[in-house]
Design a protein around this ligand. Structure first.
Ligand SMILES: [Zn+2]
Length: 222
């Protein structure tokens, strides 16, 4: 009985989510065969942890313009936070909200202690060759693969950057996460074209919408 009630609540919030995201009704189909932590623990809100890469004494990569990765990740993460927070299906937490240093181990721990349903770490990439560009998404545990693919698909569609694929990699924040976790390398800050787009305010808003939509699709389409 409880399961049925929770499922009804879930379907209601899923419908609201899909309506607000203007997703075609053909994608309303959901499979009750699989369940996520939020359904298992009897709540209808998914807990999402957004992790802006680097911060404080760790600036991350330096872009072509000299701007630092830590500022980019924070700016984009705040926009993703704002997007998801508008959706009643999600509770959203950030690992940092200003220019402070958070240990790598502490980042996944925040998500683990919250019992988060998803952990999303946001980064900008770097390489010595400025011609290298594109979007890459990483996951580690097999149960994070579906989330990685959903978010990556939306991200690539929106950035229009070269699709460098979804890859399995043992980055610490991914290894430490007990729940589905992905690390997004949105584009290369060392590539002039990518950096210009990544630092553009309007493009950042669209990129944040894409990341939020990928997360919503993962939780509503299973
Ligand atoms: Zn980084």
């Amino acid at each position: 009985m409880l399961t049925g009630m929770v499922w009804s609540l879930y379907k209601l919030s899923a419908s609201l989510t899909l309506a607000s995201a203007s997703i075609p009704s053909t994608e309303l189909a959901v499979s009750p065969g699989k369940s996520h932590a939020a359904l298992q623990n009897g709540t209808s809100r998914y807990k999402i942890v957004i992790d802006p890469g680097h911060g404080g004494k760790d600036p991350g990569a330096a872009g072509v313009s000299g701007k630092q990765e830590k500022a980019y990740t924070l700016a984009l993460s705040k926009k993703v936070f704002d997007q998801l927070r508008q959706d009643p299906a999600f509770d959203v937490v950030m690992t940092r909200t200003d220019d402070t240093f958070v240990e790598l181990g502490g980042r996944a721990q925040i998500a683990n202690e919250l019992g988060a349903d998803a952990f999303i770490s946001i980064h900008g990439n770097t390489y010595k060759d400025p011609d290298v560009s594109g979007t890459e998404t990483f996951y580690y545990a097999d149960d994070s693969s579906a989330l990685a693919h959903k978010v990556h698909e939306q991200l690539v569609k929106t950035t229009g950057f070269k699709d460098r694929g979804v890859k399995k990699e043992g980055w610490q924040v991914l290894r430490d996460s007990k729940h589905p976790a992905v690390l997004l390398e949105v584009g290369y800050l060392t590539n002039p074209d990518n950096e210009t787009d990544m630092l553009n305010e309007a493009r950042q808003i669209r990129t944040a919408e894409a990341i939020a939509n990928g997360i919503k699709k993962y939780f509503t389409e299973f």
